[in-house]
Design a protein around this ligand. Sequence first.
Ligand SMILES: [Zn+2]
Length: 168
Amino acid sequence: MRYITRSGKPWLLLVPNYVYVKEWYRSAVRRVAAVPSRAANPFYVVPAERYCYYAPKGLGIANAKGTARKAKETKTSPFISFWYVGGLGVAGTAAAIQAWQRAPSAPAATLAQSSAALPQNVMDEYDPNRKKLSKREREKLRKKVSRDGKPLCKTCGQIWGNCRHTKT
Ligand SMILES: [Zn+2]
């Protein structure tokens, strides 16, 4: 993160949702915002289907909460992930967002201009912007089929049969 915010080059990261609430991420964003020529904040591109992945097994690897995994923790929670895009500068960011909004066909993803604009279903559990929903409301919001009508895993939201919960 330090490297990418100092390089002054555009960057695109596919990382878990808990990253944007981390203090080291937020302070890196603030540092970049203090440089007038690069003042634009990053934006976020959230795919219509949830990207989830699992960390490799092993010790010393952070679990989904970002704390070191214990030896007995073989099952890891899936990470909800999306693209973080930055380093484009003010004009570049505005141009990218405009190009996105003018795209002839609706893209299979959502562009959030700030972390506060992220869809509720990908917000980190520690994000104060995330609304506390009842179980019933969460179930209502949960996507059950993909854009092309394939059923999705109830646990991680990937297409049925593709994840470890639904693999037969
Ligand atoms: Zn699954």
